[in-house]
Design a protein around this ligand. Structure first.
Ligand SMILES: Nc1ncnc2c1ncn2[C@@H]1O[C@H](COP(=O)(O)OP(=O)(O)O)[C@@H](O)[C@H]1O
Ligand SMILES: [Mg+2]
Length: 424
């Protein structure tokens, strides 16, 4: 058994910047880049250097130790023959000089209970993409011992996830070292994963960048419009779309009662639907939405509301449509489409998608929502209708525009006989 004196742990060159002390250490990237392996190695390295080291390995949700990094760290202890220095117990691992490695789910903690980690030297947050703002806010001030460090490893999901905002946003906390690592940076990338990667290129090309190259997710599995959007991009129908001053404007709403309100501004020219602008706001009242319409230049737009337009605003005790009308807008409410309304909207939108153009800049947020809008699956993997999440407001308003589509009136053929008579 090793006493540790002759211990040599090799790390991938991409992670070398994380070997130096730093308040925040981050390793993000696609699957199989060796992130988990590296941080597990780093724990062993630090525990060997600093007797009595206390380490918290955590994630947002940890229902059992099986979901933790415990097994991984134990396999390192075995691999490096350090069984005489580390003691792997049922719930924790004792480290040289009276230190300890513990495992926890952040969601189980309160601002009181988290204090039990105040004396810790290192907190490693694994699968950090799922860590909530609340958990981060609990953890950061808790790890406060002089020289203490916070480590994060994750496969990015959205740029709005708490860890991405903190460590990949415009301003990172002082003392952060952030490393991007992908499969191609992993000297030990196994053949099995290479096979998986190649299969992914073939079978889920739209997910490849997210799963393997660390890109943000742009489409979910079971996404309703992902293919249509990709096709529209290819055909340059997502581009600069100028607002035509001679065409009427319609504003298609999804009225958010407590959550978000979404509005698409649409112009129709012949059979073509032009999505020229998109608006989304959370937790604001009707007046704010109407202000946006006016200030963005859509005061003359006809507002088209889903069936809840006929509902009453809980504050103004007035029907939404009346409220909007009395603010000076033309208003129309589309009656309830009945059972399967969401599915009908999706089908109508898919049917018409080839006739649609989108302004890339003004509609970028709406397009992001349309790309993400996806089917919810039950445990058996069967689709059970659209998942209600941040993307469904934009998608619902979009579907309303599709339901409301009318074929252009065919222009009357010229009656030549009348024309001649008129000329005589
Ligand atoms: N230091 C290492 N020693 C041995 N194998 C490694 C090492 N780093 C990575 N690997 C190999 O690469 C695979 C992926 O590493 P992992 O840390 O699980 O990636 P990630 O956490 O980025 O998805 C591992 O299953 C292992 O086969
Ligand atoms: Mg991992």
């Amino acid at each position: 058994m090793s006493s540790g004196d002759d211990l040599r742990i090799e790390v991938a060159p991409v992670f070398e910047p994380l070997l130096e002390p730093a308040r925040y250490k981050a390793g993000w990237g696609g699957r199989g880049s060796g992130k988990s392996q590296f941080f597990a190695d780093l724990i062993i390295i630090e525990a060997m250097k600093r007797p009595g080291l206390r380490v918290l390995c955590c994630r947002e949700i940890q229902k059992s130790l099986k979901e933790s990094a415990k097994r991984l760290i134990e396999s390192k202890v075995e691999e490096y023959n350090l069984g005489s220095l580390f003691e792997c117990q049922s719930a924790e691992i004792k480290t040289p000089g009276g230190g300890v490695i513990v495992f926890a789910g952040l969601q189980d903690h309160t601002s009181e209970s988290i204090k039990s980690y105040e004396g810790f030297d290192i907190a490693w947050v694994e699968e950090a993409q799922t860590v909530s703002h609340r958990s981060l806010n609990l953890l950061r001030p808790t790890i406060r011992k002089p020289g203490s460090e916070l480590w994060f490893s994750w496969n990015p999901r959205f740029d709005t996830d708490a860890v991405d905002e903190m460590l990949r946003g415009e301003e990172t906390p002082s003392g952060s070292v952030v490393v991007k690592a992908n499969w191609s940076d992993n000297p030990w990338f196994p053949a099995e994963l290479e096979q998986e990667r190649l299969d992914c290129i073939r079978q889920q090309p739209e997910q490849y960048d997210h799963i393997w190259e660390g890109g943000y997710a742009v489409v979910a599995e079971g996404a309703y419009f992902a293919k249509h959007i990709a096709e529209a991009r290819e055909q340059k129908r997502i581009a600069d779309v100028a607002i035509d001053p001679l065409l009427g404007q319609r504003a298609y709403w999804d009225i958010g009662l407590r959550d978000a309100c979404a509005i698409w501004i649409v112009q129709q020219r012949g059979p073509e639907l032009r999505f020229v602008d998109y608006y989304e706001a959370e937790g604001q009242d009707l007046a704010a939405h109407l202000n946006w319409l006016r200030s963005a230049g859509y005061a003359n737009a006809e507002c088209v509301l889903p069936h809840d337009g006929a509902k009453r605003d809980p504050i103004a005790a007035e029907r939404y449509e009346d409220h909007i009308r009395s603010a000076g807008f033309a208003v129309r409410t589309i009656p309830n489409q009945g059972k399967g309304a969401a599915q009908k909207r999706i089908e109508a939108a898919r049917r018409l998608f080839g006739q649609m153009r989108f302004d890339e800049t003004r509609c970028s947020k709406g397009l992001k929502a349309l790309g993400w809008y996806h089917e919810k699956r039950n445990d058996g993997g069967y689709g059970v209708g659209p998942d209600h999440d941040w993307s469904s407001h934009g998608a619902d308003a979009f579907g309303l525009a599709a339901i409301d589509y009318r074929e252009p009136k065919a222009s009357k053929p010229l009656d030549l006989s009348k024309l001649k008579r008129a000329m005589v």
